[in-house]
Structures are given as C-alpha cells and as structure tokens.
Design a protein around this ligand. Structure first.
Ligand code: F6R
Length: 242
C-alpha cells in the first residue's frame, strides 16, 4: 500500500486524472473502473479539461462502472451510469463500445452480477480501479462485513450509506435501498487501485482504513494488503494519520 497526500482537492483530482492519463499513454487496451459520488467530480473535470486541451487520448481504454443503484432506471439522472456519462463520457465523446455497465434493470440480478464480472475476467481483469471511501468504510457498495473474497453481487445498502446517499438525491426522490457492486475480490485483483478521499469528514474513516486492523468491518482496509494500492488524500482527509 502507498500513500500520497496532496495539498488540496484540485491537486488531488489532477493526480487521480494523471493515473488514468499515464495508462492511456501505453496505447494498448486497458480496463479501468470508475466511481461516482462527490469525490471524483474534480477528477472528471480534470480529465475533460486535459482531453479538450488535446492532452488525453482515451481510445484504448475500456471503462467499467464500479457500482449501480437498483430500483431506478439506468436512464435516470441519478443512476451511477448516467452521472459518469454526464460528467465524463459525453463531454469527451467516449466510444460507446468501450463503456461497460451493470444492467440494473435485468430480471435476474444475480445472473447480471455474474455476467458483468465475467466480462471483466474475460477481458483480462482491471488494470486500474479508482474508488472512493464511504463514511462507513465501504468501497463501491461493498458494505461493512464484506470480506476480501466478496464477489460482484447484489447488496442491501447499509444504514450509514442510506444516510450518506441523501446528498445525491433530491428531497422528493426515494433513496434506493439496494445496489449492485463489483466485489472486493475483483477490486483487489486490479493491478492498481487509487483510493481517493478528501475533506475533513473523511479523516476518521481514513485513519481506520490505514492504521486500523485489516477488517471486513471496514472493507477499504483490505487495500492495506495490496502492493499496487495508493491512498490518494488531501491534507484534510489525512489530518488524523500518524
Ligand atoms: C460511488 C461509490 C461509493 C463512493 C463513496 C464515497 O460509486 O461506489 O463507494 O465512492 O461512498 O462517496 P463520496 O465521494 O460522495 O464521499
């Protein structure tokens, strides 16, 4: 596990974007999984800016959504897929053939989780996973209790995640109670992982993630065991580290 601390959100976002740009320079096919939420918004902006400045060629990258809400259509502006589309795929004109996402409207969602994971395996696994940290230490929707072997699956969202999710939905929109997520197993098999967190509100969970024991109670702590994992923090999120 590696640790990189940046002075502010902007430089943190640029560093996350650079991890993607570096891979794109290899000009060979790579597989990257992308999160939603508040944390990666600056990264998407940096990627769009670099693309508009002609400094990024994404044509060799296959993109995978990290997780998705269940019970809302994929076309909803609140779906993870639509959020990434709006913030990144659309402004950069990413080829649709390169975009992979959960069909969260599938009749058999367990089969859908297996199908999606099999695509990643068939394509050689993830080269880079960019993930955020939930207030309860979740990764994607690998909620507390998720082991390092947790498969890609349907999951009931944790109480704390439901509270955290209020900020993503308008007052009149019900908060989904279920999700579908890449499992810890697939994420831990990614060659590189960037675990990104910013802001003071993440300082406690970041401390547990890095200094606490590796524990299923704090799924993000499993990345302590991953040589290719980098915790990418701003000074506020890192403020409680030793
Ligand atoms: C989003 C996701 C979540 C978030 C995490 C942090 O696709 O998988 O695990 O990354 O909850 O959310 P923010 O960035 O909003 O603090």
């Amino acid at each position: 596990m590696n640790l990189v601390i940046k002075s502010d959100y902007e430089s943190l976002s640029l560093a996350a974007a650079q991890a993607i740009i570096e891979l794109s320079k290899q000009k060979k096919e790579v597989n990257i999984c992308l999160p939603t939420g508040t944390t990666p918004k600056g990264m998407y902006k940096a990627l769009v800016d670099l693309h508009q400045a002609g400094q990024a060629d994404f044509s060799f990258i296959n993109w995978f959504t990290l997780d998705e809400y269940l019970g809302i259509p994929l076309s909803s502006p609140f779906s993870c897929y639509q959020q990434i589309t709006e913030l990144f795929y659309e402004p950069t004109g990413i080829n649709k053939d390169r975009i992979f996402t959960f069909n969260s409207e599938a009749k058999d969602l367990d089969a859908e989780a297996a199908r999606y994971n099999a695509i990643i395996e068939h394509m050689g696994g993830l080269d880079l996973a960019i993930v955020g940290i939930g207030m309860n230490g979740h990764v994607g929707f690998n909620e507390p209790g998720s082991s390092a072997n947790a498969p890609t699956r349907v999951i009931d969202l944790h109480e704390r995640t439901l509270v955290q999710s209020k900020k993503y939905f308008t007052d009149d929109h019900p908060i989904p109670t279920k999700g579908i997520t890449l499992g810890m197993k697939t994420l831990l098999q990614s060659k590189e992982v960037f675990v990104v967190a910013n802001g003071e509100e993440k300082a406690d969970i970041v401390k547990f993630a890095i200094h606490g024991p590796v524990s299923d109670d704090v799924p993000v702590s499993h990345f302590q065991t991953h040589a290719g994992a980098t915790f990418l923090l701003d000074t506020l999120a890192a403020s409680k580290l030793k």
